[in-house]
Design a binder for this molecule. Structure first.
Ligand code: GLN
Length: 233
């Protein structure tokens, strides 16, 4: 089987709360499945490769988010790759900038990439804390992580929620995250894939075109159960 290329997009701008760990978890889960990966770090100012299999974006402060969105719009490769079916995982600021617009540091709507049919404005109050959601297909394991954002995200008819919030705020309307095709956006930090390994295996299934059976790691399951018990009772 050929090697999968994972592109970590602008980790110096989009990498709050340990979101860089998502790439490490993908590498770890790929190894469990016997899949070789190549990791490409794309720094601001460098061209985004169009041929990567998986693109990973993390969270960021408002000004870093605007800089990343403007650079990615000017570059164009991430948008073209997503149109061609590449897998995209985007967290928080990365999630918001995949949409039509999001608020900049002065709350002015700023153009995103239009990869996801979502629009982001402001929550009445910043959302900070644990976030847990009942998943929607293709996921069936409870979504868990923590959130820290001021954005409220509204889904259009071209996007589906990842799940429905049980604890925390998520998108702000009772739903959490958005997905369409092979693109996933979410407010879950943790890092997201460390706390939700089923999402990692789904990403690897999409990227390889193979139906990979979920591989359970007992220590991860135990940590998930402990955390969920604390958050959900
Ligand atoms: N700046 C965005 C917000 O506050 C995203 C924050 C983040 O990525 N943690 O909504």
């Amino acid at each position: 089987m050929s090697t999968l290329t994972l592109a970590s997009i602008y980790p110096t701008l989009l990498g709050t709360y340990g979101d860089g760990g998502n790439v490490m978890v993908l590498r770890h889960r790929a190894a469990l499945h016997g899949i070789d990966v190549d990791i490409v770090i794309v720094d601001p100012g460098e061209p985004v490769p169009e041929s990567a299999d998986v693109y990973v974006l993390g969270g960021g402060e408002d000004s870093a988010q605007t800089a990343a969105a403007n650079a990615l719009r000017a570059d164009g490769a991430l948008t073209r790759a997503a149109e061609h079916g590449a897998v995209v995982l985007a967290i928080c600021a990365g999630y918001q900038l995949l949409g039509e617009y999001f608020p900049d540091s002065t709350s002015t709507p700023t153009a995103g990439l239009g990869i996801l049919d979502i629009r982001t404005d402001r929550l009445p109050q910043r959302a900070v804390g644990e976030l847990a959601a009942t998943p929607k297909a293709p996921f069936d394991q409870i979504l868990t992580g923590y959130e820290n954002h001021a954005g409220a995200t509204h889904l259009g008819s071209g996007a589906r929620a990842l799940g429905m919030v049980r604890a925390g705020i998520g998108n702000g309307d009772g739903s959490e995250g958005a997905t369409s095709g092979h693109v996933i956006g979410t407010y879950l930090h943790g890092p997201c894939l460390a706390r939700n390994p089923q999402i990692a295996d789904t990403i690897l299934s999409w990227a390889t075109g193979r139906e990979l059976a979920f591989i359970e790691e007992p220590e991860v399951t135990a940590l998930r159960e402990e955390r969920l018990k604390t958050v959900l009772g």
